[in-house]
Design a protein around this ligand. Structure first.
Ligand SMILES: Cc1cc2nc3c(=O)[nH]c(=O)nc-3n(C[C@H](O)[C@H](O)[C@H](O)COP(=O)(O)OP(=O)(O)OC[C@H]3O[C@@H](n4cnc5c(N)ncnc54)[C@H](O)[C@@H]3O)c2cc1C
Length: 264
């Protein structure tokens, strides 16, 4: 039932779309604004636990739709970086009944698309970068880079890591580099299967790790993401890398890991 309250959400990423879908169902009049020109299958792998799936079940059974297309690992295996010895084997879907919902691994873009399908499309305004807003006491005026203006009762800031909403309310804060960087890659699932990949595993040495898992029900895509100490001087949060750099960072790791990196 409509409650007449107009909510503007800056950012149609994962948080913004989830908020929009749930607020629409609670009767709010929601408009989503995103700076991007439109949807794109961006990003790579993401892991979602049962707690998140339980929330998404409120979006017209989105949990079931996600389950149909995502990978459902039974276990999460921790392996020794060089010998491959199993150090821990944590049950995920193997103990699903304990949690009452599945644990999924999926491509962020596929997740984002299914989430967007739960929001009325005419309420999503792409190409709207929020540059400023004024809190008028009873409502909020939003100003966009394209010259558009909107007035809403409530503004939700879901505009990600470089949030303009957060900056305007709390002031500008530069990101602090923690000393950790990540290599990311997606390789064909068929290559991973032929090599004998675990469905979901993390390989650990003393100072770095690599996490490897499938992104879909058919195991078409296999994802690699690392955590490594390293220098970072670029102003950008992401840079292209090379297979040679990736190989050098994981020199001495188990042959299975070498096989994955060779396939990038
Ligand atoms: C392109 C991309 C790829 C990612 N890939 C992965 C991944 O592979 N694996 C993983 O675990 N996590 C990934 N993440 C991070 C993960 O999606 C977020 O950490 C998590 O979803 C947090 O959700 P969020 O809604 O806060 O932000 P996000 O999902 O990052 O969404 C923020 C949204 O706000 C929009 N936006 C930013 N500034 C403005 C503005 N001024 N006005 C209007 N819109 C604005 C952005 O275009 C974006 O759509 C990725 C994020 C992005 C943006």
């Amino acid at each position: 039932m409509a409650n007449g309250v107009r909510v503007g959400i800056a950012g149609a990423g994962l948080g913004g779309v989830a908020a929009a879908g749930l607020l629409q169902r609670a009767g709010f009049d929601v408009i989503l604004f995103d700076q991007a020109p439109g949807f794109a299958r961006l990003g790579a792998g993401i892991q979602f636990g049962p707690n998140v799936l339980k929330i998404l079940s409120h979006l017209d059974g989105l949990d079931k739709k996600l389950e149909e297309i995502s990978c459902l690992p039974d276990y999460w295996v921790s392996r020794q970086w060089d010998t491959g010895e199993i150090m821990a084997k944590i049950p995920l879907n193997a103990e699903r009944s304990r949690y009452g919902a599945p644990y999924i691994t999926i491509h962020r873009g596929d997740l984002h698309q299914l989430m967007l399908d739960c929001v009325q499309p005419e309420r999503v305004r792409w190409g709207h970068k929020l540059v400023d807003f004024q809190d008028n006491g009873r409502d909020v005026t939003l100003n966009f880079e394209n010259g558009a203006r909107e007035t809403v009762d409530i503004l939700v800031g879901a505009d990600g890591i470089n949030s303009r909403v957060r900056e305007k309310i709390f002031g500008r804060e530069e990101a602090v580099y923690t000393g950790w960087l990540a290599h990311r890659a997606i390789i064909p699932g068929s290559v991973a299967r032929d090599l004998g990949a675990d469905v979901n595993a993390k390989w650990w040495s003393d100072d770095r790790h690599i996490v490897c898992y499938y992104l879909d029900r058919n195991e078409d895509e296999f994802y690699l993401v690392t955590g490594e100490p390293g220098e970072w001087t670029s102003a950008s949060g992401q840079l292209p890398s090379t297979r040679a750099e990736f190989k050098a960072a994981f020199k001495g790791f188990h042959p299975l890991v070498q096989g994955y990196i060779d396939a990038t």
